[in-house]
Design a protein around this ligand. Structure first.
Ligand code: ZN
Length: 296
């Protein structure tokens, strides 16, 4: 997908984050720019900790580092390298290979791979702002993935994704999608609850037209209709999604991760904000202890 993002050039990245301290300082301001609250007792008064950028709650004595409760928590290598991995994932519209990065950063491939997975967690929809709003259309999309049951000869398998599209001025503005084996009432209900804002007006052709979440009655969903429903205008996104997922082994969890990433990149590629800064912020906002909101 084409991008018109304003992204830092590599030289600018190094100028801005020349060492670990500059990265920690960035996280420090990002975390507490709107004030401090203790994650243990929720009080707001603090003093400095032993380490330069730590804060210590004066009520309960709990010490928080800028990385606590974020996806940077307990990173076992240099913070500057971690920032660089986030930068690389954000700047490459089709993602990045851990092997390439591991060479340039002199880290083990597995270490880099694990950290990239964390960056991808930050791409999953977990903020209220990630919910689609306004006019939303829900569709089912057919996709084809490779099944690697027979390692020598992967077979092609047809699967379905449930996709919601936020429309703006007649065009698709943002999307959210889940991969699922079975489209039934509870899948659909969960999907709507998680990914569509309460005020959105959504439609599902053949099933329901123009309903808000509060007046949408799930009782009336006819499951046969959902299962057999493929819209004629699914063509807009299907080739792109198929292309993105073409080499992904057809396991549900893996497919879902890639689908989240696809939706994230689709939703942000027109943004005029620096994609690296957006992703850094999400790394800070996403609590590392929270499990996937919607596990397929
Ligand atoms: Zn406290």
């Amino acid at each position: 997908m084409e991008s018109n993002n304003i992204l830092l050039l590599f030289d600018q990245f190094i100028d801005q984050y020349p060492n670990d301290e500059s990265c920690l300082k960035h996280l420090f301001y990002e975390k507490w720019e709107k004030g401090f609250h203790c994650i243990r007792c929720n009080r707001k008064k603090y003093c400095g900790g032993v380490k330069k950028y730590d804060r210590r709650c004066t009520a309960c004595g709990y010490v928080q580092s800028p990385t606590a409760n974020t996806l940077f928590h307990k990173v076992k290598f240099s913070l500057q390298k971690a920032f660089y991995i986030v930068y690389s994932v954000a700047s490459q519209p089709y993602g990045i290979h851990s092997t390439d990065l591991s060479k340039s950063l002199q880290l083990r491939q597995k270490t880099v791979w694990h950290f990239i997975q964390k960056v991808k967690l930050a791409m999953e929809p977990f903020l209220h702002a990630d919910k689609l709003n306004g006019a939303v259309e829900i569709n089912l999309y057919p996709i084809t993935v490779k099944n690697y049951k027979d390692q020598r000869k992967p077979s092609l398998e047809k699967k379905t994704i449930l996709m919601a599209m936020e429309k703006k001025e007649g065009k698709i503005n943002r999307i959210q999608g889940i991969y699922t084996d079975k489209i039934d009432k509870s899948t659909l209900t969960n999907f709507i609850q998680h990914y569509i804002d309460d005020d959105a007006v959504f439609s599902m052709d053949l099933i329901y037209q123009n309903h808000t979440k509060s007046d949408f009655s799930y009782e009336y969903i006819v499951e046969d209709e959902i299962e057999n429903y493929f819209p004629s205008h699914a063509d807009d996104l299907t080739p792109a999604i198929n292309h993105w997922l073409r080499n992904i082994p057809g396991k549900n969890k893996i497919l879902q991760k890639y689908l989240f990433e696809y939706c994230y990149r689709y939703n942000h590629h027109r943004s005029i904000e620096d994609p690296f800064q957006i992703l850094l912020k999400r790394m800070m906002q996403r609590d590392s202890t929270i499990q996937d909101q919607f596990s397929p």
